[in-house]
Design a protein around this ligand. Sequence first.
Ligand code: GLU
Length: 317
Amino acid sequence: MEPYCQTIRQPVTGRFAPTPSGRLHLGNLLCCLLAYLSVRSRGGRFLLRIEDLDVPRCPRKAGLQVLEDLSWFGFRWDEPPLFQSERSAIYQRHLDALQKKGLIYPCFCTRAQLMASAAPNLGDTQVVYQRTCAHLSPREAERLAQTRRPAMRLRVPDEVVSFRDGLYGEQAENLATDCGDFILRRSDGLFGYQLAVVVDDALSGVSEVVRGRDILSATPRQIYLLRELGYPVPQYVHIPLLMDANGRRLAKRDRDLDLTALSRRFTPQELLGRLAFSAGLLPEERPATLEELIRLFDWAKVLHEDLRLPASLTAHD
Ligand code: GLU
């Protein structure tokens, strides 16, 4: 495959978009590091967005802590950070535009009804929606709306959406059969991640999205949304997941791998060096500065398989 970095346009604008539902952990930092190095090594712009849509789970102080933590590492962003919790009016405007195109319909199904429908599983909690509410008459919808606030779903076509991922190559998904009509605004009024992420990336001029491989399967949905909203599609690079030294995926519950604990035991350079080593960017485990990593960054060096953290990070002295 042609090396990714030779195929993209310049100047590039990248971003890091964490959900601050806890303190940043090393998986988030690896993502930020690769997104940052990728654009900075080509003289590009780097933006930061705090994805705190789910306000009860993402308190303001957790978002502010992210800014502090990233600054501690020396990351710098080129515009004031966006907080999604402040952008509901913008998301609503986009939802209205999709509604005008006849692509949105209200869905009154409860979670229990959704889980009970005999549809193929997308994961532990997602099912392909069987379009129960897609055929409601306006009168029926109005009647149901008197007792229950609906979620808003996007109608997807029976069509394959494909893209070329920077690390994982060609990807394709049939929206109707692999994903189904998905929610853009939840019944509690919160906007869905898929809508917010594409609106924000588009309005910020993001041309390169670097993020965890766990989001790869959402990308065709986002490409479809971008297309319907009339926005350009960025280049996507999904990165391998970071496992602990025992091969377990890192999670928010691993408190000893979040920055509260790590910043007491290591300097920023020690952590950056270890992350760069796990990703394949450094041949040995040693401290490194961001400037040095920018100079030696190359997507061709980044490993594709799940990454193991060095045991030195997990072993306590
Ligand atoms: N907010 C998402 C997360 O923290 C990432 C979204 C994205 O990069 O598109 O997992």
